[in-house]
Design a binder for this molecule. Structure first.
Ligand SMILES: C[S@@+](CC[C@H](N)C(=O)[O-])C[C@H]1O[C@@H](n2cnc3c(N)ncnc32)[C@H](O)[C@@H]1O
Length: 214
């Protein structure tokens, strides 16, 4: 394990199944919002999308959900780890709490509300293939006209590729998943880096895509 008191600026970002998520959240709490989230919110602003209903999948320490609440969004925050809900609850200011719903359950089992924005950072690879297909079908069904997806996926050259219960997809599959949406950004990271558990190769696709207005 790396020295947690001096994490690399780019780490930690994601862990394989079976990780001690509570320890992970303790190491990430207080961090800056992820670069994908920052870029995605700039795209949301550029698109003129007003704060409405957002969903965050795998919110972890809650940093991005808190940022959404602070900018006026209603947020449905979904993460199966009970520790995530505890960490998020402890940070939510009273004046925004009425716009937050937390569900401690796997995303694939959640009944999604119609939504305008979905953010999922380093969480969708933790849905196995069947679970992901079910979840993504609900996402495409519930995304409102003009709504924006801000998500990432792990690629086949990631160090964790092949791990049971995780999903790794290539760029063709990424493009297939957003077929019919306007692809606002598709960035690929394919380089060695660090994680909470030590050095690894990151192969990550960052995606920002918008549902056409009718
Ligand atoms: C690597 S952490 C990322 C947390 C946070 N988004 C961040 O960037 O720090 C992955 C998160 O996905 C959550 N997760 C795992 N399986 C999930 C599932 N089936 N549905 C929703 N979230 C899941 C984990 O509990 C964990 O909080």
């Amino acid at each position: 394990m790396p020295d947690e008191s001096a994490p690399e600026p780019s780490a930690p970002k994601g862990e394989p199944p079976g990780s001690d998520w509570a320890a992970y959240y303790r190491s990430t709490i207080g961090r800056e919002p992820r670069p994908l989230f920052v870029k995605g919110m700039a795209a949301v602003e550029a698109a003129g999308l007003e704060p409405g209903q957002a969903i965050e999948i795998g919110f972890g320490d809650g940093r991005e959900t808190l940022a959404l609440l602070q900018t006026g969004w209603r947020v449905l925050a979904i993460d199966p780890a009970p520790a995530a809900a505890e960490v998020l609850h402890s940070q939510v200011p009273d004046h925004v709490a009425g716009r937050l719903e937390i569900r401690s359950m796997p995303a694939e089992d959640a009944d999604l509300l119609p939504f305008d924005l979905l953010y999922a950072g380093y969480s969708l690879p933790f849905l196995g293939a069947d679970a992901f297909d079910r979840f993504w079908s609900a996402v495409r069904d519930r995304l409102r006209p003009g709504g924006i997806l801000i998500v990432n996926f792990f690629g086949p050259r990631d160090s964790w590729a092949g791990r049971e219960g995780m999903r790794f997809i290539d760029v063709d599959e990424v493009r297939r998943l957003v077929n019919g949406l306007e692809l606002l950004a598709l960035d690929e990271e394919d380089q060695d880096g660090n994680s909470f558990l030590g050095p690894k190769h990151w192969h990550v696709f960052d995606v920002i895509a918008q549902q056409p207005h009718r």
